[in-house]
Ligand binder design. Sequence first.
Ligand SMILES: [Ca+2]
Length: 364
Amino acid sequence: MGGPKILVAAGLLVLVLACEESFAVGGPFKYDYSIPVPKWSIQGLDTDGTNVFALWDDSALYTLDSNDGHLISSTDLSSFGCGWLGLAYNGTNLFALHSSYGGVDSYVYEIDPQSGIILNSFSVGYGEYISATIFDGNLYLSGFSGGGFAVFDTTNGNLLSSFSSWSYHGLTAYGSTLIGAVGYSGLCVEIDPYTGERLNSFRLNTFSQGIRGLAWDGTRLFVSGIVGYNSGAPGYIDVYERLPNGTPWACAFVNWTYNGSRDVLDGSWSSGSSSVLSWLWDLNADGLYDDASGVTPDIDYGSLYTIPDIGLKVTTSDGAEDFMRIGNVYFRPPGPTIPEPGTVALIAPALLAFAGIAVRRMRK
Ligand SMILES: [Ca+2]
């Protein structure tokens, strides 16, 4: 009589394994390995498939082996001062973004990756650019006019186009689209490279103090960021592999936005391998997602403008679930001094970032 019990046990084991597999940690990418880098804050990142090029903001360029991470070469850029924020490789040379604030023009330096010699440079004008990539042979910079993309001809520095979008701290070409990282939250967004439209979103559970660099080589996604606040400390680059097509995944992301009269919770950045079926909210910190539902839940805040702990659970139509928790969300009271809606959409994540609010992630 042992046979059926074993079969049942085996069946349950298969069921458990199947359930675990349906929860793709990190969205459509899975953590694979890390490689060490000499510095704690690698803001620019790209790869030629064999090597990884890493730009320390203050200020050096490193070439590392993409597999074992050993340091192949380094180029001292300290004579330019800090502010190296973006790096892009066009198949031949590197384009390093040195960005400035306060009305001073930013520059892009074309660098030979073999010798580290600067071959060329051009001004990209005043813009708070924070990341760079090559797409379709042209240089894409994110952060244009506080949000959006500017596209430059790499041969002469001419501005080819610009369009509004969010500002992405890390940026990489990803086949026919782009992927950008939204700073501190671990949220990454797949972006239409011609319109800036958000196509998809996922989160990488890494660099809680900020993703700053992304590079895709066709099979691996390299991710750099900020590690601690010690400028003498070393850092690392995390390497993710793409999960097979069809792998269910879900991404919960709590945002808040202005709807014309007040701030509202907004779960519309949540995404997954199929459509999100439900958004369930925990607003009283009891761990039960039973206080509100819907992508922008209609809740009565009363005089409460700070919710100390918000949880969002999303479920996709293929059964994947994801959870996100966020602390101390401040809703501004309705009043005449509220900025325009378009500005608010950009301010919200900045508030989140500058408040240093811990974004915690839970997963069953
Ligand atoms: Ca609850």
